[in-house]
Design a protein around this ligand. Structure first.
Ligand SMILES: [Zn+2]
Length: 435
């Protein structure tokens, strides 16, 4: 902590820290209010309530607030509108720093010992669905910005805070839609911080790639007592699985990325067989009828590395299927793409990375870890649609608690990460005169 703010008083970090610490109770009540709006996705409950809550708060503090419904996006309806809020505080000339949080939370699931939506405070922890992923991060960014604005009402550049829909289901009614409109995109914005729960001392640069696909093998139906008259699609799928086990999995296990993916197991390429179904429907209670399966379908979830090309990833599976077509009598298949995301990793030299890293060092007195997420999040849309690579995830909360029962966020972690965000904000808005 070296530089001093304009008034030459205490060092900037000290001033920001005092302001943020003084807002501890406000941070707790803001986090609790957000958790108590049960923005479950699916189906997309209470998005409008959550956006209005956030928008009205920020409007009272001088932000211009705009609401955007992503009409026509998946799941959007009058009953469940895909509502988003973007609040902007414009100052002097300078860059735009944007804090983006998703407002949706996943289903509660079983094994809770606390009420998932009462936002109980116990010691330093606030419990509830979305506490960690990511209403705690959203609240921390709001408090960081509000504390900053008290110190710098005549700040340079522009500060934006958004609450967006549907991250947990792909972000098409949220960040993807806003990026397509040019709202969450270059050149309108310059720096993006997504306060996802990656731990307060880590900077998340990006994520691995995704390819979801459906493989179907086909056969010929016949009486189950005379299977030789038919051709079993399930046995054909068994041949596919054998090839995956013997040929593809060993290849994937040998691939290691230079991306700093956490946890360590995700530094390899991975393939999950998400589901498999062959033959008759399972949706009946009685006895099955005697049939040879004429169709078997498998969904695969392939996570790939920045060193791999999507075409090559697909070709590995395609070659196995083509080989079986040549070698195995009667083998017929189709391969259908379901979903794909290209890996993304922001450069460690990008300004948002260097400023958040410096702020972590100053606030926590330790060098940050640079990490990459095993799964994807909304950065993919900002990168590909918004054409803005100067984006990271940084926020409080323990990654492995996300989507778990008794999810919580620590108030201390929120306060610390708010200090990091406020300090980084100042240095991003005032490049070249950093604190
Ligand atoms: Zn999240």
């Amino acid at each position: 902590m070296t530089a001093t703010p304009d008034n030459g008083a205490a060092p900037l970090l000290q001033q920001l820290s005092e302001r943020i610490d003084a807002k501890r109770d406000e941070l707790i009540s803001l986090t609790q209010d957000l958790i108590r709006i049960p923005t479950l996705n699916p189906p997309g409950e209470f998005y409008t309530d959550c956006c209005r809550y956030l928008g009205e708060r920020l409007q009272q503090r001088g932000f211009e607030v705009a609401y955007y419904r992503a009409e026509g996006s998946p799941g959007d309806s009058d009953r469940y509108p895909r509502e988003n809020v973007v609040a902007r505080k414009s100052g002097g000339s300078g860059p735009c720093v944007h804090f983006n949080s998703h407002i949706d939370v996943v289903a509660v699931g079983a094994n809770w010992t606390r009420d998932p939506f009462s936002a109980e405070l116990a010691g330093d922890l606030i419990y509830g669905r979305g506490a960690c992923d990511m209403k705690g991060g959203l609240a921390a960014s709001v408090i960081a910005v509000e504390a900053y604005l008290e110190l710098f009402p005549n700040h340079a550049g522009a500060i934006e805070i958004s609450g967006t829909a549907d991250e947990e289901s792909g972000g098409y009614g949220g960040v993807a839609w806003l990026a397509e409109q040019g709202i969450m995109a270059a050149p309108r914005i310059d720096h993006v911080i997504i306060p996802e729960p990656l731990n307060k001392d880590r900077v998340c640069l990006g994520h691995r790639g995704v390819w979801w696909a459906e493989i179907e093998t086909r056969g010929r139906i016949a009486h189950g007592s005379m299977p030789f008259d038919g051709d079993s699609a399930i046995r054909h799928m068994g041949a596919v699985m054998e090839k995956l086990e013997k040929e593809l999995y060993p290849v994937l296990a040998r691939k290691r990325t230079s991306m700093p993916v956490v946890p360590d197991g995700a530094k390899e390429s991975t393939l999950n067989i998400n589901s498999i179904h062959g033959g008759e429907s399972e949706e009946f209670d009685g006895l099955p009828t005697a049939l040879v399966a004429d169709s078997c379908r498998m969904i695969i979830d392939r996570r790939f590395l920045i060193e791999e090309q999507l075409d090559a990833v697909k070709a590995e599976v395609g070659e196995i299927l083509d080989t079986l077509s040549r070698e195995r009598a009667g083998f017929a298949y189709s391969l259908r793409d379901l979903f794909e995301v290209i890996p993304t990793m922001t450069s460690e030299q990008a300004p948002v990375v260097t400023e958040v890293s410096r702020a972590i060092e100053q606030v926590l007195n330790k060098a940050p870890d640079m990490v990459v997420s095993p799964g994807t999040y909304d950065q993919k849309h900002i990168d590909r649609i918004g054409k803005l690579s100067n984006c990271i995830a940084y926020g409080p909360g323990i990654l492995t608690l996300a989507h778990q029962p008794d999810e919580y966020v620590s108030v201390t972690d929120m306060l610390d990460s708010a200090k990091v965000m406020a300090l980084a904000l100042h240095n991003l808005l005032n490049p070249g005169q950093g604190a």
